[in-house]
Design a protein around this ligand. Structure first.
Ligand SMILES: Cc1cc2nc3c(=O)[nH]c(=O)nc-3n(C[C@H](O)[C@H](O)[C@H](O)COP(=O)(O)OP(=O)(O)OC[C@H]3O[C@@H](n4cnc5c(N)ncnc54)[C@H](O)[C@@H]3O)c2cc1C
Length: 169
């Protein structure tokens, strides 16, 4: 919900006027890709730039970065994170110059003391399985039936994490 307002008396007023009483508010910031400047050029659809899984919008034009939405194992997705954006750019450039390549969805981020590494096409539903560690500490997680592995505060080389996601490490 956009434009929530803290009323200061334990109430949160959402943009549509709904009021919630609460002791705790957890904020989360989303992102909207800036595609307005591309509006008249054709490749924008629903505020994203649909590409195939290798970057090209058309044979001679590629898109990479936050606005690019490409087919993944979890459907058509944007992956607005540094590692993926750099991978997308490398793949798109390689495809334009040399032909087929595929971007990696893996990423690493640090937020409020938490270091998070993820391999695979992230899904946000369903419980993960613990490969190593226990709740509250550094853990290595895997979602069965997907290619996803996650390592919150858990040190593991990226290629090995990818192997865990694929069930081969
Ligand atoms: C607050 C915040 C925290 C983040 N933290 C993380 C994190 O911890 N880990 C992580 O992986 N990702 C993080 N991200 C996401 C990451 O920053 C983006 O996914 C990434 O920067 C997107 O790269 P991009 O090249 O698509 O766009 P950008 O990095 O936004 O680059 C676009 C560039 O194009 C320029 N530009 C725009 N319009 C024009 C124009 N008309 N002509 C010429 N130039 C133009 C802009 O000035 C900008 O320099 C964070 C993002 C935000 C906002």
């Amino acid at each position: 919900m956009r434009d929530p307002r803290l009323a200061g008396d334990g109430r949160v007023v959402l943009g549509d006027g709904t009021v919630h009483e609460t002791d705790l508010v957890v904020g989360a910031v989303g992102d909207i890709p800036n595609t307005e400047w591309l509006a008249s050029t054709g490749p924008v659809s629903n505020e994203v730039v649909p590409v195939d899984d290798r970057g090209p919008v058309r044979p001679e034009i590629a898109a990479a970065g936050d606005p690019a939405a490409f087919p993944t194992a979890s459907g058509v997705r944007r992956i607005p994170l540094w590692n993926s954006v750099i991978e997308q750019a490398k793949v798109a450039a390689t495809v334009l110059l040399r032909g087929p390549a595929t971007p990696s969805p893996d990423f690493r981020t640090e937020q409020f003391g938490l270091t998070l590494q993820v391999a695979g096409h992230l899904q946000v539903t369903g419980p993960p399985g613990y490969v190593d560690g226990a709740p509250g500490g550094p853990v290595l997680l895997r979602r069965a039936g997907t290619d996803v592995a996650a390592a919150p505060n858990y040190r593991i080389p990226a290629p090995r994490l990818r192997g865990v996601g694929l069930g081969v490490a």
